[in-house]
Design a protein around this ligand. Structure first.
Ligand SMILES: Nc1nc2c(ncn2[C@@H]2O[C@H](COP(=O)(O)OP(=O)(O)O)[C@@H](O)[C@H]2O)c(=O)[nH]1
Ligand SMILES: [Mg+2]
Length: 194
């Protein structure tokens, strides 16, 4: 049994040299800036502000590690796709991500977040291609589902599920205001960490 209440922030890494080898199973949360990664982590763990939310898009440029009951780690990855950041910052992000994905890690599952309102961006598609190419086990959390009408929500979810990159993949509609997505994700995570 995992005690989800027993979660704490461990460390932030802003440079490749700060990344440490993983000695626990990891669940990585990936997505563009502002898609709701930190909010989703807080929702899963029943916490208001364990992961910092609503920071100016593109501001969270570190890899943030959370220890869950000494059994696994949640990894809040820095968001991509923020148009207004300089090339220097984008290059820095790329080097950090390269270092993360090429390091020896026990990544059990990637939760790839995609905003259900707009559908996948070009960067999201690149990320899906990357995950598919390297054979990562992943699921999509389609976020901010509460911001859509019932019919728009169903239509957007259907479109997302029909994406050729997502063939055979699980897409979970998620909202911080609902418990269904949270329950589904926690089940998947538990299954992968066993
Ligand atoms: N209505 C609604 N707003 C959300 C949801 N998830 C995140 N947000 C809001 O979206 C903004 C960005 O969320 P954040 O978690 O910081 O995104 P991150 O940059 O991906 O970590 C914040 O203002 C959140 O309150 C959701 O499910 N529903
Ligand atoms: Mg964040």
């Amino acid at each position: 049994m995992i005690n989800w209440q027993n979660a704490s922030f461990e460390t932030s890494c802003g440079a490749p040299s700060q990344l440490f080898a993983s000695d626990l199973p990891e669940i990585a949360f990936s997505g563009k800036s502002n898609v709701g990664k930190s909010s989703l982590i807080n929702k899963l763990l029943n916490r208001k502000a364990l992961a910092k939310t609503g920071a100016e898009p593109g501001k969270t440029r570190t890899v943030n590690f959370f220890n869950i009951d000494s059994q696994l780690r949640f990894v809040d990855l820095p968001g991509y796709g923020y148009a207004k950041v300089s090339k220097e910052i984008k290059d820095k992000w790329m080097r950090l991500m390269d270092a993360f994905w090429s390091s020896e890690r026990d990544t059990r599952l990637v939760i790839q977040l995609i905003d259900l309102r707009n559908g996948p961006s070009a960067d999201d598609i690149m990320m899906l291609d990357f995950l598919n190419h390297y054979g990562y086990e992943y699921v999509v959390a389609a976020t901010k589902a509460d911001k859509l009408s019932k019919s728009q929500r169903a239509e957007n979810a259907e479109k997302l599920r029909a994406l050729k990159q997502l063939e055979g993949k699980t897409v979970i509609e998620f909202s911080t205001r609902e418990d269904a997505g949270k329950t589904a994700l926690l089940e998947l995570i538990t299954e992968r960490v066993k």
